[in-house]
Design a protein around this ligand. Structure first.
Ligand SMILES: C[S@@+](CC[C@H](N)C(=O)[O-])C[C@H]1O[C@@H](n2cnc3c(N)ncnc32)[C@H](O)[C@@H]1O
Length: 214
């Protein structure tokens, strides 16, 4: 998937992936994922997701990475949050959103990150980029747990791409325990994922927990 694909989507406002409300898996599962911890959260491929506001309201500093400048500007404007631009970062004391291709950043620089929230990030990437993305997350020095929201459906077309547990095991299995926490199935008219005809889609939320090294 080329950078221009996403930048054009933002320029043309073709952002059907954007959700006006908090993701229900996030609100249902986040407290269970982090317990009492208020450590920093990374939102990779963050778009202008309102979920970042939820994470901030639950006491976390939010660190995002997003290709499109337009997305980051719109995030702060729509949420009515003051920000300043410092080089590639759109920031204030609560948010640090990097306008970059995530693959050009060194994960070792994100050493305060304990948690990751991935909604519509892994599924946005084609197979050949997913393994690199997983390696990037695995290389975060202090990552402990990830809330990962994916879709499963009977089509190879994407983005978004269908991701199964067997794929997750391949990408993350060496470093993380993978646990399915919740799933919701939709069929009929509610299935508008992309141009390919799909009869049924299952939304799945997984917890990924870093395996302890002996
Ligand atoms: C499907 S959208 C999901 C956005 C957000 N997670 C949400 O839930 O609304 C994928 C986003 O990833 C961004 N993106 C794609 N490739 C990227 C990359 N290599 N580095 C950073 N952002 C990227 C796109 O611009 C797009 O905003």
């Amino acid at each position: 998937m080329k950078k221009t694909f996403w930048l054009e989507k933002w320029e043309e406002n073709q952002i059907g992936f954007h959700q006006a409300e908090y993701n229900p898996f996030l609100t249902q599962l986040w407290p269970d994922l982090v317990g009492d911890s208020r450590e920093d959260v990374l939102v990779p491929l963050c778009g202008k997701s309102k979920d970042m506001v939820y994470l901030h309201e639950h006491g976390h500093k939010v660190v995002g990475v997003e290709l499109a400048q337009k997305a980051l500007k719109e995030f702060f404007q729509e949420q009515k949050i003051e920000y300043r631009v410092e080089g590639h970062s759109y920031t204030n004391k609560d948010y640090e959103l990097w306008c970059d291709d995530i693959f050009t950043l060194d994960p070792k620089g994100f050493d305060a990150i304990k948690f990751v929230y991935d909604r519509a990030a892994l599924v946005a990437l084609p197979e050949d980029m997913r393994m690199d993305y997983a390696k990037w997350l695995i290389a975060l020095p202090h990552v402990e747990r990830i809330l990962l929201v994916v879709f499963e459906f009977a089509s190879e077309v994407g983005p978004p791409f269908s991701i199964q547990l067997s794929d997750l095991k391949r990408y993350f299995g060496e470093a993380f325990q993978i646990e399915l926490k919740k799933e919701v199935e939709f069929s009929g008219e509610k299935v508008h994922i992309h141009q390919d005809k799909i009869d049924k889609i299952t939304y799945k939320a997984y917890f990924l927990s870093k395996k302890k090294r002996p």
